[in-house]
Design a protein around this ligand. Structure first.
Ligand code: B12
Ligand code: SF4
Ligand code: SF4
Length: 256
């Protein structure tokens, strides 16, 4: 019941909230309707994420973020066709993508706060790790990974360039909220961590600093390129060439 209320409120928010529209770009809409999944806080995968070859011991479990945690609500916000198609050229990121990355994340934070508020109004406790002062990112690794939360909640799998591919593709952003209320978890319609990636290799040629190879993505080289983009486009940055003009841009390529 509460989950439906959350879904309905998210849908209305995406349609009506002014933060989802960019005035400077002719009221461009940033996000389309999201996908949502629920993971159980007692899923054994949360402990597995602490293994050094998965994320590492600093990654916090839901219970470490919120004592008594029962469920994790995870969602994927897909970029609109307008934002995605603008970034299909090669080379530098489009202006629309830069706004999508930066103004889009401001909207994403407001959406996280909306979910927290709805849960608290219903008498539950809720924490959005991305908004919590305990959140850290060190050496390109965070103590709360939105992608791994989405993987556990059944939303999609990793890929050659490490993007998480959902049934609405990879061009978008994730968010999550941990709560002590119990919701029915979603099943995971996959067995392998990269099952939705066909290994077509099309993202390899898209990457300006050649950070992607057949073996995976070099986070350092991607990060340096993003720093350059920040210098050129301050206060905005972004790239996302590996998520546009590729078969996994807006769909699950294994279902084509
Ligand atoms: C640090 C960071 C970066 C770093 C690199 C991170 C990395 N390792 O890839 C830099 C700065 C380079 C970066 C770049 C970008 N980022 Co970034 N970034 C983050 C951040 C803050 C933390 C990521 C993290 O800690 N990862 C942990 C490491 C360990 O993850 P990993 O290497 O991918 O994990 C591998 C292992 O776990 C392995 N594995 C091994 N064994 C097992 C076993 C199991 C069971 C599992 C599940 C996995 C597993 O599989 C994984 C993939 O190979 C997140 C936000 C957040 N807090 O989650 C956003 C985030 C990952 N970024 C995002 C985006 C959009 C981008 C960019 C496109 C930038 C842009 N907007 O233009 C680019 C390129 C994305 C790409 N191709 O991956 C999105 C992801 C969207 C998506 N579809 O995947 C996120 C989730 C932000 C968000 N709120 O949506 N990012
Ligand atoms: S472009 Fe192809 S290889 Fe690259 S992540 Fe998408 S499906 Fe995988
Ligand atoms: S975001 Fe850009 S630099 Fe980073 S891996 Fe994707 S294409 Fe390469």
């Amino acid at each position: 019941m509460l989950l439906n209320t959350i879904k309905e409120n998210m849908a209305k928010f995406i349609q009506n909230n002014p933060q989802n529209f960019v005035e400077e770009l002719d009221m461009m809409q940033i996000w389309d309707q999201p996908l949502m999944g629920v993971a159980s806080a007692s899923d054994p995968l949360w402990e597995k994420l602490k293994e050094p070859n998965v994320i590492g011991p600093d990654h916090l479990t839901p219970d470490e973020w919120l004592s008594g945690a029962k469920s994790i609500i995870s969602y994927f916000l897909p970029f609109t066709e307008h934002v995605r198609s603008s970034n299909r050229s090669k080379g530098l990121p489009s202006k629309e993508w830069l706004y999508g990355r930066c103004e889009g994340e401001i909207f994403n934070n407001t959406l996280r706060k909306l979910i927290v508020r709805l849960i608290e109004t219903a008498g539950g406790k809720a924490v959005a790790p991305a908004l919590d002062e305990r959140l850290t990112v060190a050496n390109h690794v965070s103590n709360w990974s939105e992608r791994h939360a989405a993987f556990i909640a059944g939303l999609g799998t990793f890929s050659l360039n490490y993007s998480l591919i959902t049934n609405l593709g990879s061009a978008g952003r994730f968010g999550s909220v941990i709560t002590d209320l119990e919701f029915e978890p979603n099943s995971r319609p996959y067995q392998e961590i990269d099952e939705y990636c066909t290994k077509c290799g099309e993202c390899i040629d898209r990457c300006p600093p050649l950070a992607i190879t057949k073996k995976g993505k070099n986070a350092e080289s991607c990060s340096k390129f993003l720093d350059k983009m920040l210098k050129l486009n301050k206060p905005r940055y972004g790239c996302g060439k590996c998520q546009t003009a590729v078969p996994c841009e807006y769909q699950n390529p294994t279902l084509i």
